[in-house]
Design a protein around this ligand. Structure first.
Ligand SMILES: [Zn+2]
Length: 168
């Protein structure tokens, strides 16, 4: 990407990290040096824009987006009930009777209820389903003229500012 792409910043949409949208749904260029991480996401979002042919309606995209989340849940359940490489052992979390725990201390008493590790086969299936979710996340963002990398930056800033209190 060339620095000259950013010569008309006033004609583009300025993103939260200072990048400027030049043309197309997700073509951005920051003044100065571009980083590979945001380029990678932007290229992906752009590729989804080009590759989405059959299901372009917001109705198709939003329902496919929801379906992708459900398919991840289904793959996870099959890892437990069909493969058995992971197990769910859930129970009520137990806290010391004294109470008055800091959030940091509270974390040590919270259990994820997950035992075992994904085998290679289940990992591959779940990764594939995550890929589908990312595809429809990008497709939905494109339709709503959002940039997912922007959202990631904002969320990361929020997380850094709020720390343990973020969505606790
Ligand atoms: Zn497995």
């Amino acid at each position: 990407m060339q620095a000259s792409m950013a010569t008309e910043p006033d004609r583009g949409v300025r993103r939260v990290d200072g990048a400027v949208r030049i043309r197309g749904p997700v073509r951005w260029c920051r003044e100065g040096v571009q980083r590979m991480k945001d380029l990678l996401w932007d290229e992906f979002q752009d590729a989804v824009q080009q590759g989405l042919v059959r299901h372009r309606s917001i109705l198709d995209v939003v329902s496919k987006f929801q379906e992708a989340g459900i398919r991840i849940s289904r793959a996870l359940v099959k890892s437990v009930t069909s493969c058995g490489c992971i197990r769910i052992n859930a129970q009520k979390n137990q806290f010391p009777p004294s109470g008055n725990l800091s959030l940091q201390e509270l974390r040590t008493y919270m259990n994820d209820h997950l035992e075992g590790e994904l085998c290679a086969s289940c990992r591959e299936v779940i990764e594939e389903e995550f890929g589908r979710l990312l595809f429809y996340t990008a497709a939905l963002a494109n339709l709503l003229d959002l940039n997912v990398y922007d959202i990631l930056i904002k969320e990361n800033k929020k997380l850094a500012a709020l720390g343990l209190y973020h969505l606790s």
